[in-house]
Design a protein around this ligand. Sequence first.
Ligand code: ADP
Length: 481
Amino acid sequence: MKKILYVASECVPFIKTGGLADVVGTLPKTFSKEEADVRVVLPNYQCIKSEWKDKMQDVTFFSMDLSWRHQYVGIKELEYEGITFYFIDNEYYFAGPAPYSTMEGDIEKFCYFSKAALSILQVLNFKPDIIHCHDWQSGLVPVYLKTAFAANPFYQNIKTVFTIHNLQFQGMTAINRLKDLSGLPEEVFTSDKLECYGGGNMLKGGLTYADEITTVSDTYAEEIQMPYYGEKLDGLLRAKNNHLTGIVNGIDYNIYNPAEDPAVGAPYSVSDVVEKKAANKVLLQERVGLPKKEDIFTIGVISRLTDQKGFDLIDYVMDDLCQNDIQFVLLGSGDAKYENMFRYYAHKYPAIVSANICYDDTLSKMIYAGCDAILMPSRFEPCGLCQLMALRYGTVPIVRETGGLKDTVEPYNEYEESGTGFSFMNYNAHDMLHAVEYAKATYYEHKDEWNGIVKRGMEEDFSWTRSAGIYMELYDKMLDA
Ligand code: ADP
């Protein structure tokens, strides 16, 4: 049986800021227990809720060398849904109200975390065949493995996979600072390793030293090899092209299930989605303070409010959009400029726009259940989970054709009666507006065709089963090599 260790900075249900947490929390339990012993290492953030902290068991603690410092490493353990989770405990590094603070502060935190994640293995006498790292926060794991731990027999022959969930975040700082914080030897700070345009780059370390790289959709795997999407690492990714695979994310179909979701007031499945969606729409309108109209075309946006997600396009045509017979429900938080932008439109069009500037799981599911469409005009989107959740809840995605959005939403074709959503290609506000108006016209004027799109979406299968099989094939290939 294979032994696999996941190293990541967030994971549902313990701590989540984005889609990464869903992936790390769901994928390990999807593999069959006969096939693989998958364990997960996470930071024991102070902000993890006490309902989880109370269940953690103390295993042991020790002192670890990190550059010129000696740092405390505590190990806590929790078994949940058949998976063993190790939490690395250090009150200095993992204090604070959120998992991440400033990039500068986070660099030191995740140098420590990456080295500690390897150090605990010998203490626990758990030697994985494969370590699977996620995003820049665990980028130094493959680097330490092949430098600081290279001479230790316990750490021989461990393979590493590095998954890029979002190439935009790289863990970059001044080279001397990274040398000092990581204690890594001089020879790794060359331009073919961690050096990157004059700085030290933790993500680049992971990409350089990992045996295999994956990212979360086929299209994103192609896109990041080009300068527009490559975030200055496209050259390296082209060079490692033979070891770069796109594997699309899934969602947990047990948790995201409109027939059993307690947040859904009128539960439904594909057989009664049309009637029940109308009921859920009214519940949503009540909840967010919009006029109750069960037959109005309702568009939802659920998102971090950042430049990545294409809100400048929405801003550009929002006045045009609001001339239509629609409602628009926003749930999100993030950059002040977008928070204020949506507050402004909610103030300007109180009967059309509802701006919910917060993070709220229950409301997100009410939106998936009650809206007709979900809008995602992303500038780039490695995979995107929002559109997968929308499909599951019979809510039609309107997306820009990029990354995982392109791979998971099939554009509606009115002549063949095929497709699960609406899409546009160029990053252009009027192209987006056209896609929204096409969706709206289909909703109002071709109800049967619209309902066909809704049902085809619900019948898609974006559960983890298929993707987990592809990860397992990759692990097998690595171990055979
Ligand atoms: P990203 O990982 O870039 O933030 P994804 O689409 O991959 O985007 O995943 C976003 C996830 O977070 C989805 O599950 C979405 O429903 C959820 N989400 C985003 N913003 C909020 C919010 N304000 N409240 C509740 N859930 C949210």
